[in-house]
Write a protein that binds this ligand. Structure first.
Ligand code: ATP
Ligand code: MG
Ligand code: MG
Length: 367
């Protein structure tokens, strides 16, 4: 089966890599500023700069049977036009929701899934009003086009608010109540064309400067306490949106509360561990789902951790902890850029945590 992937980064790379094992072939929709080095050799790249017709893109892609995505910021009208020519999974309606933080939070709240309090702002007076209503601190985010903590400001004091307003240009924002969370966890699931759902184990995630640095599964003591609830939420999201593919749900844990931070309509960095910790990785299941075949086994085969390489060049031979598997994306190494990750396992959870701390120290010794 021939599959088109919208996007050209490491997520597209790993989906294509796993999909090839299933006999699928790939081509990719690239946008003008996309770095295509991660998908080199994996299939044709087709440029979409905004003016090409869906028919022309479809033809240049090699008439795929299905098109899927590796990022939120996709051109939804284009995908709606492509949908007249082939299947698009996940469907453009859900992509329209998840690429827009306000629509996403409205959707979650409509179906009864708790989030932090939030308000929309399109002017300085909206910002002031929202902050009055929500209280300081707040997280201010652009409604669209944000990832890895980009286009996001954490305002902790009145002075921060004043400073923010000095340069604010009335672009659309969402203002969220700051959640003094105890932990961040995520849950990832695949939903097949037939409607079957397979959940991965809950991951415990650490961020640094708004960017994911590591994940560990099972998610410490949160796994037991919150898995059932998180699965209920995610099942609801998947079925309400008639989702086909892999969907990721990032959550904050605060006492007994589980608040959803955001959704990602794709494979997710906090699921990279599944390459080592399950028989069927999130990448393979994303492809299985959109191909319309049965999902693979997502059961956790033992404690597993993942460390992101953020602007750090590491070779397999540099890694001193046992059972480590380097995944290098063949991208140019730039500060804070995701250029690879390392998965590793240990049957003893405490030892795995120790290895994660040691590896993190080794990789990031200079900062
Ligand atoms: P991603 O790369 O995961 O898509 P993103 O740029 O979409 O990231 P968020 O996930 O919204 O951004 O935020 C990044 C991080 O900032 C979160 O993982 C969390 O650590 C912190 N954060 C975001 N919003 C809040 C909030 N309302 N309260 C507390 N912390 C927050
Ligand atoms: Mg995000
Ligand atoms: Mg996030």
């Amino acid at each position: 089966m021939h599959i088109g992937i919208y996007g050209t980064g490491q997520l597209a790379r790993m989906m294509a890599h796993d999909g090839k094992k299933l006999g699928a072939t790939f081509s990719f929709i690239a946008e003008p500023n996309d770095d295509v080095s991660a998908i080199k050799g994996l299939g044709e790249q087709v440029m979409f700069s905004g003016s090409e017709s869906a028919e022309a893109i479809f033809k240049a892609l090699g008439e795929p049977e299905v098109i899927t995505v590796e990022k939120e910021a996709v051109d939804v009208p284009l995908l709606r036009d492509l949908q007249k020519l082939c299947r698009v999974s996940p469907n453009p309606d859900v992509l329209e929701i998840t690429q827009h933080r306000l629509r996403e939070k409205n959707f979650l709240n409509k179906i009864g899934i708790p989030t932090a309090g939030y308000a929309e702002a399109n002017s300085a007076s909206d910002v002031t009003k929202a902050i009055e209503a929500l209280g300081i601190p707040v997280a201010v985010k652009s409604i669209e086009q944000g990832y890895d903590g980009k286009n996001q400001w954490h305002l902790k004091t009145e002075a921060d608010v004043e400073k923010f307003l000095e340069t604010y240009n009335s672009s659309p924002l969402i203002i969220e109540q700051w959640v003094p969370f105890e932990a961040e966890v995520s849950l990832i699931a695949a939903r097949s064309l037939a409607g079957d759902i397979a959940f991965y184990a809950m991951a415990y995630n650490e961020h640094r400067g708004g960017i994911l640095i590591s994940s560990i599964v099972p998610a410490k003591n949160y796994q037991e306490k919150f898995t059932k609830r998180a699965q209920e939420y995610l099942r609801k999201i998947l079925t309400e949106s008639d989702y086909v593919g892999v969907l990721s749900m990032e959550c904050f844990v605060k006492g007994d509360e589980l608040l959803v931070n955001e959704l990602a309509p794709r494979v997710h960095n906090s699921g990279h561990w599944s390459q080592a910790g399950t028989a069927c990785s999130q990448f393979e299941n994303a492809i299985r789902a959109v191909m319309g075949i049965e999902l693979g086994n997502t059961e956790l085969n033992g404690p597993t951790a993942m460390l992101n390489l953020l602007g750090k060049e590491v070779a397999q031979s540099d890694i001193t902890i046992p059972n480590a598997q380097l995944h290098w994306y063949d991208k140019q190494c730039k500060p804070k850029r995701k250029v690879g990750h390392i998965n590793f396992q240990h049957e003893d959870y405490a030892e795995l945590e120790k290895n994660l701390a040691a590896l993190e120290k080794q990789v990031y010794q200079d900062n």
